[in-house]
Design a protein around this ligand. Structure first.
Ligand SMILES: C[S@@+](CC[C@H](N)C(=O)[O-])C[C@H]1O[C@@H](n2cnc3c(N)ncnc32)[C@H](O)[C@@H]1O
Length: 287
């Protein structure tokens, strides 16, 4: 308890925001977008990516989209993704098919130093598939090595386009294999896919870096693809009334420059007229 109190009190966030979050966690009265901004729901990063993906899907005329968690382990993230999908569908009217990819038997052995074996080893994070399946309402578990399951998934013609993907496979080799998703034909994906990368930030002990791990997989993907790129969304934590969080640094977009819908205009603001001149002698204020 003292640790938790200390953590809350040490947050560099106005107390009124923290109070609002605490009250919402207790009494559940805020709207979904406010909950995401304050972090009063688990895995707000999933909700944020999903909501924005669904809004894009809607503007492009899709009634349904798909969302993926790569790396499921016990299933807390997938259960949360499923719950966010229900809320986002209610907010946007876009139906969301949820998928979770995992070996089902935990981490495979690391291939070499690029898998950062000082952080992860084979056999970590085993799943109990039966227990998890009993908790899931609609999500599909795709069991197997992502190197095999992702290409097969991309060939499934009946699926709606993927709009959100969370990458939590830890290894360079596994993330690199999962990124084959973004080599799929344009019909399988939205033109900009919201992504969350779990293993790119941390403390000195983790020492995430561009020469190994997930950051290396992202850099290699970008080097190998001229018309499809993964790029971080910058400035997110300052954008909107939100409590700054580490996950704001972990949201990326997969840009499919070769997607037929990539350049479809979506902006509502198409005019920026000059504001009326202030009365003579009036104080110059921001409009
Ligand atoms: C850190 S855990 C995921 C935690 C989960 N996202 C959560 O929030 O609760 C990483 C998972 O990635 C899976 N994984 C790693 N490499 C894989 C691969 N090549 N194919 C399939 N699953 C893999 C492991 O089995 C492990 O369960």
């Amino acid at each position: 308890m003292p640790g938790r109190l200390l953590r809350v009190l040490s947050e560099p966030v106005p107390l009124r925001f923290l109070l609002l979050r605490a009250l919402d966690r207790r009494f559940d009265f805020l709207g979904y977008r406010w909950k995401l901004n304050l972090g009063s729901l688990p895995y707000p990063e999933y909700g944020y990516g999903l909501l924005n993906a669904a809004l894009l899907a809607k503007r492009l005329g899709h009634a349904r989209m798909a969302a993926i968690e790569f790396g499921v382990a016990g299933g807390n993230g997938l259960v949360a993704l499923e719950r966010h999908a229900v809320r986002v569908a209610r907010e946007t009217g876009v139906g969301i098919a949820v998928f979770g990819f995992d070996t089902g038997t935990g981490m495979p052995p690391p291939c070499d130093h690029r898998d950062m074996p000082y952080r992860w080893q084979g056999g970590y994070y085993r799943m109990d598939p039966e227990r998890l399946r009993a908790r899931l309402r609609s999500a599909e578990l795709v069991i197997g090595e992502v190197g095999h399951t992702v290409p097969a998934f991309c060939r499934r013609a009946e699926l709606p386009p993927v709009g959100f993907a969370a990458f939590d496979l830890d290894y360079w080799s596994s993330t690199r294999a999962a990124l084959q998703l973004f080599e799929a034909p344009a019909a399988r994906l939205l033109p900009r896919v919201a992504c969350y990368f779990d293993d790119i930030v941390g403390d000195l002990e983790s020492a995430h870096n561009e020469f190994a791990g997930v950051r290396l997989a992202i850099a290699e993907f970008n080097d190998a693809h001229a018309m499809r790129k993964l790029a971080q969304v910058r400035g997110l934590r300052f954008y909107g009334p939100r409590i700054p969080r580490l996950w704001h640094e972990q949201i990326f977009v997969a840009h499919l420059f070769d997607h037929p819908d990539y350049g479809r205009p979506l902006n509502d603001i198409t005019e920026m007229p000059l504001t009326a001149a202030p009365a003579p002698g009036a104080v110059w204020t921001r409009v």
